[in-house]
Structure formats: structure tokens, C-alpha cells
Design a protein around this ligand. Sequence first.
Ligand code: UT7
Length: 325
Amino acid sequence: MTSFRSVVSGCGSYLPEKIITNKQMEDIVDTTDEWIIARTGIHQRHIAAEGELTSDLAIKAGKRALASASLTANDIDLIVLATSTPDQTFPSTATRVQAGLGMENGAAFDVQAVCSGFIYALATADNFIRAGQAKHVLVIGAETFSRILDWEDRATCVLFGDGAGAVVLSAGPGSGTNKDQGILSSHLHSDGRYNDYLYVDGGVSSTQSTGFLRMRGKEVFRHAVSKLAAVVTEALDYNDFTADDIDMVIPHQANKRILDATIRKLKIDPAKVAVTVHKHANTSAASIPLALDEMVRENRIARGDIIVLEAMGGGFTWGSCLIRW
Ligand code: UT7
């Protein structure tokens, strides 16, 4: 049986110019460079300039992804944009990006699954392509988490940064086997019983204000390692692969200790894991496409490689995506 597969035909990313180092964080809250590095692996984070919006970051990443796919905005049928920090309550940030890219056709919408947002967006886009409803989809993860941080709460404000990453998915031929090129499968989960482990204490319907990010860090950490290892195993089992078949893991970049513990649990060689958390901190839905773009630019991914993306975030939400490059 022949079918469509979603092949990554281009990628791009953008980070705001301004960098705040851990040393600079010492002037903002009662913390130390040593504490932040030891507990998280983070050395610095990029922060959007005043007036620089999530859509601005997304448009820059999107343009780079389109250029790398040798496509123009009007070749795109659909934009799926993952964010928890939209420009406005509505319209969607995706439609602002659509206008910013000069795209006059197709459709655009946002997906909100916090740090798992990019996996959710990719899975959504993949289903449009496999159903034959779209040929080229621009999938973006873009965030300005600096705007929802409580800059007096040292337990959270040191952890996050701003940025955007994007990929173009294009329809390619598939035979329905694990030999196909493109997204082989994606696996999404959520469990709303954990809503209050990681949340923003405001919102349109509840407080009519934006609110600040709140987190029970230790509990999130514990759930992250077991859920991430399980959802990677689910993707491998589904495709008849083992951990040895993986050429590269591109995890959501929340904390180096979560990355290490998950990889240890899965018995994967740490050399096969993309790590950008030291430079970017946690950029939520943007972290996977930012890391993916860096791996591509460094030529660390080759045609035919088996790539696993995995993420976990507020909700809780978590998921994985297995791709043959
Ligand atoms: O995408 C998913 C999003 N989130 C995550 O993945 C985060 C998951 N959780 C974590 O990464 C870790 O739990 C943290 C990095 C947030 C915290 O590490 P921890 O080892 O769990 O530390 P803790 O929260 O148990 O705090 C230990 C101590 C506390 O002091 P006391 O009570 O022992 O005196 C905190 O007040 O560290 C203190 N502390 C800090 N000290 C210096 C908390 N934040 C800081 C800070 N600088 N920035």
C-alpha cells in the first residue's frame, strides 16, 4: 500500500540578540552561577527585546526554514504554531506569522501543549499530510517565556529563555513500513490530574490577567524522567526498533539532569543526544526545533538516520516523534 509520509524538507531557527548569563541573574535574584549549572546545566538564556513578540521570533525562524526548503510562503498550505506565550489572546499567533510571511493562501492555527507543543504541532501537521490535505506545512515552536516569569522567584526565573524554531514538512512517498523516509510515528499523551504541578496563575477566563509561571519542580522532574523514557520506548516498539537503532535523540531542553537521567534509563549513548540547554535554557515549545536546527547546521544528522524527538510539559502533556531523516 502506498501512502504519504511527512519529510522534513527544511528547518530554521531564531534566538533574540540579548543574552542574560547566570552571573547577571545573580544581580536579579538570590542565586549563583554554580547553583544554576549544578542543578540544571544552564549557563545563559536569550531574552526577547522590548516590543519583540513571539510572532517576530516565529517569522524569522519560519523564513529561514522556508529558505532551507527552497520554498516560498505561498507554497505552504498550512502553518501549525506551538506556543503558550501568544502575542494576544486572539487572533492566533499563527495568523500573524502567516501575514508576516506574506502567505495569502491556506490556513494557520496555534497549538498549545506547553513544552510538548512542538511534538503536538508536528503530529497534527503529519496527520494533515498523511490524509492528503496538505503538501507543505510550516511547523513552528515559538515562545517568549520571559514575559510570564516571576522575576522575583529564583526557583523558576533562572530556568527559561526565549526563541523560535521551525521545520517545513513536505509530502513524500511512503510504503507504510519503517524503511520509509519521514515521520514514522508520533505518540501523544496528557494527564490533566497534574494541572497544578506546572501552570500559569492567571488567564482570560479566570483572572483577566496574564499571570506568572508556577512549578513544583521536584515533582515535575520525577514525572519527566519516567514519562519520557516510556514514550520513547513506545515509539521504538511501535516501529520495531530498539534503542540501538537510534542515531540521534532530540529532547525537549528543560534540564541537563532530566536529559541525562532519561538517556541512562533508555541505555542510549550520550554522544547521540542533542544538548543546547546550556546556551538556550528551557524555551518550551521552541526548544526541540532550535536543537534540531543546530544539529542539522552542524551536519550531525545524515539522510536515513533514525531521529527521536521527545518532550514533556505542563498539563501534564508528553509525547515523542520518530523520524527517518
Ligand atoms: O519543561 C518542563 C519544565 N520544567 C522542568 O523540567 C523542571 C523540572 N525540575 C527541575 O529541573 C528541578 O526541580 C529544579 C532545577 C527546578 C530545582 O532543582 P531541585 O534539585 O529540585 O531543587 P529544589 O527545588 O529542591 O531546591 C533545593 C534548594 C531549596 O533551598 P532549601 O529549601 O534546600 O534551603 C531552594 O530554595 O535550592 C533552592 N533554590 C535555589 N538556590 C539558588 C531554588 N532555586 C534556586 C536558585 N538559586 N535559583
